[in-house]
Design a protein around this ligand. Structure first.
Ligand code: ZN
Length: 89
């Protein structure tokens, strides 16, 4: 349905495994990538880690393809609204 958001079903480990296999370097180590923000590297457990679309779903980005996701803390997610839109899942 246009305009209706769906809950994300993709797992964080699916996202981390995809990017790990592509040899992309990120701020935290890959050992901890499912628990750290990929921009600032925070692993503060009180800050929720969001699964963020790279290409927003509203303009055709996939919500099932791990190549369209990164993991960011809520602060980095909020600070980068131009390229990564907020998911309320
Ligand atoms: Zn962050």
């Amino acid at each position: 349905m246009p305009g209706k958001k769906q809950r994300l079903t993709i797992k964080r480990t699916t996202i981390t495994n995809y990017w790990k296999s592509r040899n992309i370097s990120i701020t935290p180590s890959w050992d901890n990538a499912a628990n750290c923000c990929w921009i600032c590297g925070t692993d503060n457990e009180r800050i929720r880690l969001d699964r963020c679309h790279i290409i927003p779903e509203v303009i055709g980005g996939s919500s099932k393809d791990p190549s369209n996701f990164v993991l960011l803390c809520q602060i980095c997610h909020y600070n980068d609204p131009e390229t990564i839109y907020k998911d309320d899942y």
